[in-house]
Design a protein around this ligand. Structure first.
Ligand code: FEO
Ligand code: CA
Ligand code: CA
Ligand code: CA
Length: 595
């Protein structure tokens, strides 16, 4: 345990140690705080949902009414008339674990059972649940709320922006190229100033396969994203029984069968949590890549940027700048803002300056001769466009957070074991075989979210503390030692500021790995951006990632997610099936979290 307050530090809590117990199956928080499991995989979302079966025997229709799996990014949307006592929580369900089925994921004669595939699709997407304070001032779910909603891998969604109706979006099931079924691999997220949720599609390529080796080699929109070329898709093999996930071109079929289906994922999906009948909209002006998040920076004059990482080794940091400005109250106009704007990608120069490179047709060699006949192809193949523009390949960009007052921007670069080999070292990605990751920060020129240049620096390198020794008493290798002032951690992923400017950091590393033994289980830490001190606030159960973070507007309630725990969390009885869960954290004296 560490001292509570040091000088005028923002960190007002006592830090906790790493959790080294191999059987640890709980959540532990700083002294004076409480953590309560709030919403687990299988919990009812709709009032008529069947009760969750602990043997995972629920069918897919039940799963469509229950919480999905692998809770990740989330956001609290307050009701305007009661912001601190009533809201809607929107919670992503990134992917599924084998525990979704009674005996794991099965394959029969090279095919997935269709019933299992449907349940897996039903467990993806997101949940919207109403929450409110009860008479005792405790946050509870509203089980019969009309706002409670599941959106899944099967929910119809509209396509908007430059790719709507484009030939590259047409399939034999959707010849108009206007309607997609579902959203997949919804990792982190974002929100707009007009009260909508931005769901991001991260590792969608893993759901597809293209068995035509020549076609795959020639088709940038498949191969640049890592779509599998033989056997089954990397995740779940849905294409063995659900044709739209087999993207092999089919000669003689309209629109080549489903060769374009992978073009319909990798976008930002806008969801209105306050309108449960609304159709989610895929916003194609944001560009297509493996998007972790979409985080708002709002200037005083209503100009905006939405920042995103593409979480793959050597991929890029992006921002989308709408052409228009946010005008409070102008709801209809605001809802068109995400269809027109400029997509930029970041170049981090060695002198500490940076440049936003516009991925705009005709600029940076983005021309027809180079494979970009129009802006639609630039957006569809945003990674290839960013390659050509000369963006800086990064160590797996995950979440972005924007300081509530200075608008300084922070990004987590979670790790990259290929750095120094596949990608050369540079100032922003300075360590070879980077197992522990780093956090960068930058200030846009003039504090303007729409600026095209910025000044950046490394905020910290994660890793073991200076002078650390391994279990054999040997000094830890230099590339594994960080620059953290305070509590050590590896692989920063989730990142968010609270109202007072505390920077909350969530981790995602494999706690089984020998190189991670000093780190214990995954955790939530808090940093003071001025002093750079870091303190550990929460540790999770074995095998989990800690991700997703949101607060009530008074910052006296915080929700976080425990994703893919390994043991029996949240029952923590040593035998129950583990369940990804949202956890509510409060301070026992009712105060602001972290203060
Ligand atoms: Fe789903 Fe990049 O984490
Ligand atoms: Ca995750
Ligand atoms: Ca993540
Ligand atoms: Ca991660």
């Amino acid at each position: 345990a560490r001292a509570a307050t040091r000088g005028d530090s923002l960190l007002g809590f006592e830090g906790i140690p790493t959790q080294l117990d191999q059987h640890f199956d709980r959540v532990e928080v700083a002294p004076g705080y409480s953590a309560r499991v709030f919403f687990s995989w299988g919990d009812p979302v709709h009032a008529d949902a069947p009760e969750w079966q602990p043997d995972a025997s629920d069918d897919w229709q039940a799963q469509l009414k229950q919480a999905g799996d692998n809770h990740d990014g989330m956001h609290f949307f307050p009701f305007p008339d009661a912001p601190d006592s009533r809201g809607l929580l929107a919670i992503n369900h990134e992917y599924v674990n084998p525990t979704l089925h009674p005996d794991g994921i099965s394959l029969v004669d090279g095919r997935r059972p269709l019933e299992q595939v449907r349940k897996e699709q039903a467990a993806h997407g997101l949940s919207v649940i109403e929450v409110r304070k009860d008479a005792q001032g405790e946050w509870q779910r509203v089980m019969d709320s009309p706002y409670n909603r599941r959106i899944s891998g099967m929910t119809p969604m509209a396509i908007a922006g430059p790719l709507a109706g484009h030939a590259a979006m047409q399939t034999m099931d959707d010849p108009e190229g206007q309607t997609v079924l579902g959203t997949l691999n919804n990792c982190s997220s974002g929100f707009t100033p007009w009260g909508t949720y931005l769901v991001c599609e991260e590792n969608w390529h893993n759901y597809f396969v293209n068995h035509d080796a020549d076609d795959l080699a020639a088709r940038v929109s498949h191969n640049r994203y890592g779509i599998a070329g033989s056997g089954m898709s990397k995740l779940y093999g849905w294409g063995t029984v659900d044709p739209r996930f087999d993207a092999t071109p089919q000669a003689g079929q309209p629109h080549g069968g489903f060769v374009n289906e992978p073009h319909r994922f990798g976008w930002v999906v806008e969801v209105d949590p306050f309108d449960p009948q609304s159709t989610p909209i895929k916003r194609t002006a944001f560009g297509r890549y493996c998007r972790e998040c979409s985080v708002l920076s709002l200037g005083e004059d209503g100009r905006m940027a939405f920042y995103s990482g593409d979480d793959t080794k050597g991929e890029y940091v992006y921002k989308f700048v709408p052409n228009g400005r946010f005008v409070p109250g102008a709801d209809a106009a605001n809802r068109r803002l995400l269809d027109e704007g400029t997509l930029y990608v970041a170049r981090f120069d060695a002198d500490g300056s940076g440049q936003w490179l516009a991925l705009a047709h005709g600029e940076h060699g983005l021309t027809a001769e180079n494979g970009f006949p129009s802006q639609a192809e630039v957006l569809l193949n945003a990674r290839a466009a960013a390659d050509r523009a000369g963006a800086t390949p990064m160590d797996r960009p995950e979440w972005v957070a924007v300081h509530p007052e200075t608008r300084e921007v922070y990004v987590t670069l979670t790790n990259n074991d290929g750095r120094g080999a596949k990608q050369p070292l540079d100032k922003a990605n300075p360590r070879p075989n980077n197992l522990h990751g780093q956090i960068l920060r930058w200030q846009e020129e003039g504090g303007d979210p729409t600026a095209t240049r910025f000044d950046w620096e490394v905020f910290l390198l994660a890793g073991e503390n200076r002078g650390a020794r391994d279990a054999q008493g040997q000094a830890v290798a230099a590339n594994l030692v960080g620059t953290i002032d305070g509590d050590c951690f590896s692989s920063p992923d989730g990142l968010a500021f609270d109202r007072d400017g505390r920077l909350w950091i969530q981790t995602d590393f494999d706690d089984d790995k020998p190189t991670m033994q000093a780190m214990g289980t995954n955790q939530l830490l808090c940093a003071d951006p001025k002093t750079r001190e870091v303190r550990r606030f929460l540790v999770g159960p074995r095998g989990c990632e800690i991700t997703g973070i949101t607060w009530s507007p008074d910052y006296r309630a915080m929700w976080i997610n425990v994703q893919h725990p390994a043991l029996s969390f949240p029952a923590s009885d040593g035998r129950s099936r583990p369940r990804s869960s949202t956890v509510l954290i409060t301070k026992n004296d009712g105060g602001v979290i972290g203060s």
